[in-house]
Design a protein around this ligand. Sequence first.
Ligand SMILES: Cc1ncc(COP(=O)(O)O)c(C=O)c1O
Length: 345
Amino acid sequence: MINKRGFASDNNSGVHPEIMKAMIDANEGHTIAYGDDAYTERAKQKLYDHFGDDIDIYFVFIGTAANVLGLNAATSSWNSVICAETSHINVDECGAPEKFNGFKLLSVETPDGKLSVELIQKHMHGFGFEHHSQPKVISITQATELGTVYTVDEIKALSDFAHQNNMYVHMDGARIANAAVKLGLGFKEFTKDVGVDILSFGGTKNGMMYGEAILFLNKDLGENFKYVRKQGMQLASKMRFISAQFERYLSDDLWYRNAKHSNKMAQLLADQIKEIPQIKITQEVDANGVFAIVPSREIIEELKMEYFFYDWDESKNEVRWMTSFDTQEEDIHKFVDLIKKKLTT
Ligand SMILES: Cc1ncc(COP(=O)(O)O)c(C=O)c1O
């Protein structure tokens, strides 16, 4: 049976053929384990080319691990991490950040998944008071879980504020490529150059099979991290298969081509949905997600039987449609036709 492309998640897509080939090519002979290999060196060099040499890089298997372990490097158990209510670390990591690190997450309601200095003020108190957890990190997601993208100025405002308050900035970049395409900027310009200290650099959602990177853009935070990664069970013995993927992903602009296509497909979907008056798009379509309110639960359930996707807020009939590097224009047209048909019958 052929797996049908749907709109559930960019994780539901397969592996880009160039990545698959790179993994097969890496499957030759023996190489030193645990990252002491030429693939890892070359993959790291690709990241240095983007971010500069003065960073520390650690590959891990999954995005949750990148977030949890990256945050570990900047915190003690008595700290707190400020994040959006909708952030992956808050709602989709089964409490792992808090369990593994002992710190407290302080979440903030946002209209669009983005934090701002104004919104986080409610948690900026209790410094030095032993009865309160001590705020130490502001964690933002780029692109956000709501498909929106922070501008450079928005990130800089948060970083400046964090640093003025002796705090750090962590960025969950599971979809950083989609954000880079939207902003029309290189990765460094909206991360390191504007004060992001720790970056979870994603690859899986944009064509890789698995593998994420933790980048200490503030290199001091990477000290002793090799022990943290090992204790966190994320030191891959056959590291070459993560590294070979990153090497390919960051070559010939594969990351860019994939994310550009994915964003374009979301835009196409949004443009077509906007022509359907019964459906309301609820968020800016900055990256590869479209959030929309559909008039009835019956229609949502019927659509899901043919194209799988997730509810976002069931109480409002709000759904999330994600596009991927392999979404085809034809998928969008057929899906939109189906929506129109369901709305008229
Ligand atoms: C915003 C965000 N961060 C991180 C992740 C990484 O998750 P995983 O641990 O499943 O790789 C995801 C995946 O859904 C995500 O959407």
